[in-house]
Design a protein around this ligand. Structure first.
Ligand code: NAD
Length: 501
């Protein structure tokens, strides 16, 4: 069992939940319970929002340099506790320890990045050239923010939200996924240890309908930052409309990797393996579709993929030699296997079938082997929908235009990649593809801390990206103050729109 103080964190106190009702946290490796969280009630959400509101004036008035110092202390604590956090993340999510360590390093970089940014985003003075008039454009914190995160990158996703939120002077209520909540709780402990003032960060635990929904619908929440699935994102956009909140959602993806005939096919196949099967395909930026251009390219690529998929090493998430670990829940395992059954029914050619994989010694774990489909077509559901598992679909394109149309016509637009040696084709592709993040000979074009992250189409909603400088802007609103010195005020009423002259 992973022991932690499992109360709700509200107004600077770890409060006992008001009911005994708990949600089990289950190990994907063994199906054993490794912890549990209390289930908050809607009244707890009210308390948390109230605490965040009460703390807002103080925190938004804190000097940006002090806010930066707090974020830097969190980064130091993350370095100190890296191994323990990575271990818990691995046990909770089923992702490999290697991946979890990278996550903790990334999270540390995110806190440092926003610490650096906290005191750099000053306002502007607009001198309009009239001696008696001046305008100031001032960035102001948006207010009380609801931060709702998914299970697949619990710690990283939370850092992308909480660090810019605090840097910009907001207060927040965090609602992590009930499936993998453990490292989010650990991060709140680190924020407390780093000295976050009471009420600035609040944590409520529980599921979407009981805790997430009342939070997004709350009158006194000013904005919602959400990452998760499409249907939940749509519900959150609708809920935010009722109270006219600022909202940004980052959602699912179906990310293709297009392979030209001039590409190094061994390198392209390796790229597909890592980006398709890494983290068991449970990434919003996982490459789940390979699009070879031309029959010969397709045949040569498939020939290289089959032995690679067959020799994938699936293992417990703690096994350092495993390529990927178990899926996150039994439900996820059944859903992904269901998609493989569906692909067969839809007429796709299942070249490697990982459905019956059993992990010796871990028979109750949520394991499956890698699956590879060929001859998948755009009308099939296994092409249209996000599978979120270790399943790669080959969609054969006859021409470049046909390949380009695939991401352009797809509902999602998170990530896309092209493998080619032809610079001009890559330039043309980057210019014409209707997708938010594009990789050229980079399988998963995921940015590092100081870049920015954002999908297009059904993969995201909101004008500003997560992460990078955009995120800082997302957590601030603009106030424009226009002043005229008394000596510039003319006598008499002005009935036309003010020109300031
Ligand atoms: P999910 O939508 O089921 O849940 C996400 C969060 O929303 C959880 O905390 C959940 O409890 C909460 N929630 C559920 N219903 C709610 C409601 N009605 N109101 C408010 N909150 C509610 O998603 P998931 O299964 O946890 O995550 C997987 C999905 O997330 C995948 O589709 C993946 O592609 C996507 N994802 C996207 C990105 C990105 O940046 N684009 C990153 C990671 C994951």
């Amino acid at each position: 069992m992973i022991h932690h103080r499992d109360h709700l964190y509200i107004g600077g106190d770890w409060l006992r939940p008001r009911t005994d009702s708990r949600i089990a946290v289950v190990s994907p490796n063994t199906e054993q319970e490794i912890g549990s969280i209390p289930e908050a009630r809607p009244q707890d959400v009210d308390l948390a929002v109230e605490a965040a509101r009460a703390a807002l004036p103080g925190w938004s008035d804190t000097a940006p340099g002090e806010r930066a110092a707090l974020l830097r202390r969190v980064a130091e604590l993350l370095v100190r506790d890296k191994e323990e956090i990575a271990r818990v993340e691995t046990l909770d999510t089923g992702k490999t320890l290697k991946e979890s360590r990278i996550d903790v390093d990334d999270v540390t970089a995110v806190f440092r990045y926003y610490a650096d940014l906290a005191d750099k985003e000053a306002g502007r003075i607009v001198d309009v050239g009239l001696a008696h008039v001046v305008s100031r454009v001032v960035p102001v914190p948006v207010g009380v923010c609801a931060l709702i995160t998914p299970w697949n990158y619990p710690l990283l996703q939370l850092s992308w939200k909480v660090a810019p939120c605090l840097a910009a002077g907001n207060t927040c209520v965090i609602k992590p996924s009930e499936v993998t909540p453990l490292t989010s709780i650990m991060l709140v402990h680190l924020l407390e240890e780093a000295g976050v003032p009471e009420g600035v960060v609040n944590l409520v635990l529980g599921d979407g309908p009981t805790v997430g929904a009342p939070l997004t619908e709350h009158d006194d929440v000013d904005m919602v930052s959400f990452t998760g699935g499409l249907a939940t994102g749509q519900a959150i956009i609708r809920a935010s409309a009722t109270t006219v909140k600022r909202v940004a959602v980052e959602l699912g993806g179906k990310n293709p990797l297009i392979v030209f005939d001039d590409a190094d096919l061994d390198k392209a196949a390796d790229a597909l393996m890592g980006s398709g099967y890494g983290a068991a395909g449970e990434r919003c930026m996982a490459v789940s579709v390979a699009v070879p251009v031309g029959k010969e390219t397709a045949d040569r690529l498939v020939e290289r993929l089959i032995p690679r998929v067959e020799s994938l090493k699936v293992g417990p998430s703690t096994d350092s030699s495993a390529d990927f670990g178990p899926l996150v829940t039994r439900e996820a395992l059944e859903r992904v296997k269901g998609y493989v059954d569906l692909g067969v029914q839809e007429g796709a050619k299942l070249l490697v079938d990982g459905r019956n994989f059993k992990m010796q010694g871990y028979e109750n774990g949520f394991y499956m082997g890698g699956c590879l489909f060929d001859e998948v077509t755009p009308n099939m559901r296994i092409y249209k929908e996000e599978i979120f598992g270790p399943v790669l679909s080959v969609v054969r394109a006859n021409t470049y235009e046909e390949a380009l149309a695939l991401p352009n016509d797809h509902e999602y637009g998170n990530g896309v990649a092209i493998f080619t040696r032809d610079g001009d084709a890559a330039r043309d592709f980057a210019a014409r593809v209707n997708v938010g993040m594009v990789g050229i000979n980079v399988p998963i074009p995921v940015p590092i801390a100081y870049y920015t992250f954002g999908g297009w189409k059904a993969s995201a909603f909101g004008d500003l990206n997560q992460h990078g400088p955009d995120a800082f802007r997302f957590y601030t609103k603009t106030k424009t103050v226009t002043a005229r010195w008394p000596s510039g005020i003319k006598d008499g009423a002005e009935f036309v729109i003010p020109t300031m002259r």
